[in-house]
Design a protein. Sequence first.
Lengths: 387, 303
Amino acid sequence: MKKIYVVLSVLVLLTMLVSVAAVSAAETGETLKIGVVSPISGSAALAGKYIVNGVKLLENELNAAGGVMNNGVLYPIEFVYEDNEAKEDITTNVYQKLIYQDEVIGIVGPDMSKCILAAGTIAQSAGCPAIGTFTTNVAVTQVGDYLFRACFIDPFQGQVAATYAWGEGYKTAAVLYNNADAYSKGLYEAFVQSYEALGGKIVETQAYSGADVKDYNVQLTKIAAAKPECVFMPNLLNEVPLQVQQARANGITVPLIGGDSWDTPEVAQVAGAENIKGSVYISAFSPDNPDPIAQKFVNDFKTAYNGDVPNSNAVLAYEAGAMLVEAIKNAKTVDRAGVRDALAQIEGLALPSGVVTVGEDRNPIKGAAILQYNDQGVATFLKNVNP
Amino acid sequence: MSTLMQFLVYGLQLGSVYALLAIGYTMVYGIVGMINFAHGDFLMIGALSTFFLSQAFSSFAVNGTYSGLIVALIIFVAMVGTGLIGVSVEAIAYKPLRNRPKMSALITAVGVSMFLENFPRALPFIGPSPRSFPMLFPAKRFQIQGVMISTTQIIMIVLSLVFMFILYNVVNRTKIGRQMRACSMDKDAAQLMGININRVISITFFVGAALAAASGIFYASIYPQVDVYMGGWLGTKSFIAAVIGGIGDIRGAMLGGFIMGITEILATSVNSNLGYAIGFVILILILLFKPAGIMGKLTIDKV
């Protein structure tokens, strides 16, 4: 009989302990909303798919943890996904909705420089931190001190491409770029500047206007006639495959060099392995990077999305989200201004693409990978370049 | 000189795509009096359905190339299929609005265009990703006096001329052609004369969509990448080509298409940075001097 009392009292004691623990753990703050802006539909819907999938991975991790812990208070996080159709005007509308209607604590995305350049002033004037994922144009963070980015900047990419080309011994280069796109133009300008500073010669510069052009034969005929030792093509995902095919058809056999927009398996599939082999591009991330954090991310992504391999869009979206979460964790006050200050102070945050430190002008300091297409049209990790 | 000839070849290949597509705009405008903004998307449907058909027939392919008979069959099925889609689009979306103000039909057309682009995108087996178009025509390249020409280019330019020739004769020399011309002059009077207008309009949409499918197949053969948005901008340009040629006139559409293609290529070769702008300035100049288009007759009409 006594034994039962002992057992019962122990049980009662345990229940009380557990409930006390539960109460202390249950000190939860209000739900914080994070806006996610990406081109879910429209011409860049492919990028949008990877961005949403990347952020959803982070969302799953946060849901499993119950939220973000700041100063002993657990804040549940809710993600609000919005479609900007890769258009400037719609991005502006969506930013307004997220900031004033959903009252988000911060915004992740969009991925395009031109879109965040259009909407950035709204976030700045409302004092809401916004982190562009793939917004590599220099001007993005110059909009104001509430604008951040998860990627490296265009001049850095152009510089990497120029350094790589010069290092490979190419003394002359030609450029084909899209003069209606800020990304393409930014890379082109930085490439020319760095390449000429190194001593290289640009023998031909050709442009075209807009993402709807599919005929580059005229431009490539002229480039072929100039006989460069390499061709820099910092163009958009749906333009590059046709450019690669038409370059080869016009008798351009020299290596082609691209920016991080080439970083999608579809580029090689559409261009054809025999055309694209030997070409290189700069990438924010390589799934072959042997780093354990990178490998964990790649495996989680593959498990979540039927073996789909994450591209830079997915990684940068995940990292932009992770930077925001880190800032919420460290913020002195859990509000937009506090999160902004914490974002600017991020230092040595270990993310899949490497260790990220937010530097001057709110541009992250991080490395770039150079990838090369092999005979099967598969991009393989060539080397890493650090600033 | 050989470079100029080379650019003319590129201009012709682009122009034949615009011309085939412009015919659809011009026929629908001539007969129904509306601008079918969804017409460019028929091109996309033609190209995408050819992509899937050739996948279905892939067991007949030898080393990635198809025999002439199979290619002809694929193109035929794709054209007829797209033609039928064109007919059903008309029956579902445009027919109920036929006697309403023209603005309603115009807005519906924009809506149909959005639907045709975004519905396939939402289907999981199509999706937004660009795909590599299969090699339907043998891609042998040869040089004639420094000008590089591929068999694909020759086949597509010749075939589109053949299609246009057939269509021109059908419209001018057959009974159904006479009915079409009667409808375009006066729909009500044609009806009173015992012409079945619904049938004529259905046939018009069928022919227009089938030709759009053909232009989509040709376009995807020389620029081998297909996605659901490929029709939008091409449609706009072909519409401009139809206006340049004189909307409502089939010869005008053909001419306008070739002018458009050649202007675009030559302007780009002068200055790649301003190529597009120069091309459009030339087109505006043509319209300033011939407001009704090159072949068109001036009628006052509000859209």
